[in-house]
Design a protein around this ligand. Structure first.
Ligand SMILES: [Zn+2]
Length: 129
């Protein structure tokens, strides 16, 4: 039996379905992810071919850098997708998934840009970039 993980934005206008297991998520502490999420952003990297998005007309894509666009719901503002335009991958916000996700956070990235108001103390690997 094929396994699926589903989820969506806060208002429900945008939903998604992922075929197969989720990749182990990481938490990104870069300036862009902190600003867009309000703290740091945990996501799982997936192949676009395994991801089905419904309600895409409610999605707004923000081009945050030359090679990356970020997808938010235009109605409720949920930050759902981080999508490089140069390959076939897409990262989806862990907080947007229905539970159980069946994965555990694996590492912290861009910790060189982390906020000064918290410590990372869960013992997971930390990458400065
Ligand atoms: Zn929404």
């Amino acid at each position: 039996m094929t396994k699926y993980h589903s989820g969506g934005c806060l208002c429900g206008a945008v939903t998604f379905k992922v075929t197969g297991d989720l990749a182990a998520p990481n938490a990104c502490h870069c300036d862009q992810c902190r600003k867009q999420s309000g703290h740091y952003w945990a996501s799982t990297d997936l192949n676009e071919a395994d991801v089905e998005i419904e309600g895409a007309d409610a999605l707004t894509w923000f081009q945050s850098s030359a090679k990356v666009r970020r997808g938010v719901c235009s109605q409720c503002g949920s930050f759902l997708f981080w999508n490089p335009t140069v390959n076939d991958t897409i990262a989806i916000a862990m907080g947007a998934f229905d539970q159980p996700t069946d994965v555990n956070l694996s590492m912290h990235i861009f910790t060189s840009q982390k906020g000064d108001y918290y410590e990372i103390s869960d013992g997971l690997p930390q990458n400065e970039r």
